[in-house]
Design a protein around this ligand. Structure first.
Ligand SMILES: Cc1cc2nc3c(=O)[nH]c(=O)nc-3n(C[C@H](O)[C@H](O)[C@H](O)COP(=O)(O)OP(=O)(O)OC[C@H]3O[C@@H](n4cnc5c(N)ncnc54)[C@H](O)[C@@H]3O)c2cc1C
Length: 396
């Protein structure tokens, strides 16, 4: 088997990279280790309207519209942020992944499932990939391999690329609820519920809610009590359960000779929310295009592929770096600080600013606006270091 570009992994980043490589004229193969693309699901499925558009799937893909969030302080106080318009959608990740893969196939991509990448080696300017396909060993010759193989990326590791900086563990369950579902998500802050990150309850388009959390410690142990607390029924009502990790902080380089990595494999995840679909698919478009052009020009050296690294960092690198510093600063806040912050933000003018400038994909914008507008001295004291850290570190 011989291809210009081989994409390992058929998640959102893989399908998008494969599609863009094919659209740029390359002969592309995408391989996926699981028998069904999109399974198993390890995601809450919450994406901004911008991210949904960026996924380039038909408008008919079923989804639930979300217009705001109830943010729960550790002391139980609730700040309701109403975007007053559809800000996000909740999708079924399995369906989304299959719809994206289908779009890639329509663009001419070939695909194999139950095909597990196991190793790569350079031969001249080509890459020889070894995989196990339906239990049979196969070899594929390609000009460029794109590692869209998620958090544990063996493509990245075998190409000698450094790993992502930090991984947060997450646990989530989808539970039946006989309570009314709203078009708001609920987010829970505090060291008790989710140290280092947050917990969530996200309504789906069915009568179910995805309850989950990411944290720096014992996420799985914390899930049971969280479900008990939030579930509207006393009987256990679980439909789906998932554990997973969120990689934060891209490695210093996402390219080697004949290889590039994208999506979770490259730590292209928003550190403030853990959302990886928006940044991953954005970067995947660049990855696919650059890989196809490099293959067409017969130059797949690291220098040639560095165009991908440079271009994705100029598109979104700064926002990810800023998000990382905001997350670091946020994690230094005590529960008392968080309680104060939620209380201080709960005024009409401030909520208008949040509703006007709040952007799931670019949270630094609203933080800057808040910094400029707030008169509350303690709130200023809490927000200023977050922005300062972000500016100093991303500028250095
Ligand atoms: C609990 C949880 C909730 C989340 N919620 C959200 C959310 O609401 N919104 C959001 O935007 N993000 C969310 N994320 C993050 C999001 O799921 C990821 O950022 C996103 O899936 C990354 O896409 P990807 O294509 O890079 O990787 P993945 O989706 O992980 O896809 C990688 C693919 O590669 C395949 N693969 C791996 N190794 C091999 C191999 N050796 N050979 C062949 N195939 C291989 C895998 O089977 C998989 O299909 C969540 C994550 C978790 C853990």
């Amino acid at each position: 088997m011989e291809y210009d570009v081989v994409v390992v992994g058929a998640g959102p980043a893989g399908s998008m990279a494969a599609k863009y490589a094919a659209k740029a004229g390359a002969h592309v193969l995408m391989i996926e280790e699981h028998a069904t693309i999109g399974q198993p699901v390890q995601c809450a499925g919450l994406i901004s309207t911008r991210a949904f558009e960026g996924c380039e799937v038909p408008e008919t893909l079923s989804r639930r519209a979300i217009r705001g969030a109830n943010i729960h302080a550790p002391d139980g106080r609730v700040l309701t942020v109403d975007g007053k318009r559809t800000m996000a959608y909740v999708v079924d990740r399995g369906e989304l992944d299959r719809a994206m893969a289908l779009e890639a196939l329509k663009s001419g991509v070939a695909s194999l499932v139950k095909t597990r990448f196991s190793s790569l080696r350079r031969q001249g300017s080509d890459v020889i990939i070894a995989a196990l396909s339906q239990g049979e060993p196969i070899e594929i010759r390609t000009r460029v391999v794109i590692g869209a193989d998620g958090l544990q990326s063996s493509v990245g590791r075998l190409a000698g690329l450094e790993r992502v900086q930090t991984v947060f563990t997450c646990a989530q369950a989808e539970v039946y609820t006989n309570g009314a579902l709203s078009d708001f998500v609920d987010l829970y802050l505090g060291h008790e519920v989710a140290p280092g990150f947050f917990a969530w309850a996200i309504p789906t388009r069915w009568d179910t809610v995805r309850i989950g959390l990411c944290s720096t410690e014992r996420s799985l142990d914390r899930l049971g009590p969280l479900i008990e607390r939030l579930s509207s029924r006393s009987a256990p009502s679980l439909l789906h359960f998932a554990v997973g990790g969120i990689p934060l902080g891209p490695p210093p380089c996402t390219v080697a000779a004949g290889t590039l990595i994208v999506g979770d494999a490259a730590g292209q995840v928003k550190p403030t929310s853990g959302g990886g679909i928006y940044p991953g698919t954005l970067c995947a478009k660049i990855a696919g295009t650059v890989a196809a052009e490099a293959a067409a020009h017969g130059n797949t050296s690291k220098d040639a592929l560095m165009e991908y690294d440079t271009r994705w960092r100029s598109e979104i690198g700064r926002e990810l770096e800023t998000g990382l510093r905001i997350r670091e600063g946020f994690n230094k806040l005590s529960d008392d600080d968080l309680n104060y912050m939620i209380r201080a933000l709960d005024d009409e003018r401030t909520l208008d600013i949040i509703s006007k400038y709040g952007d799931m994909d670019h949270p630094s914008i609203v933080l800057r606006k808040l910094l400029l507008s707030t008169k509350a001295p303690r709130l200023l004291k809490l927000i200023r270091p977050l922005i300062k850290l972000a500016v100093v570190k991303s500028g250095s």
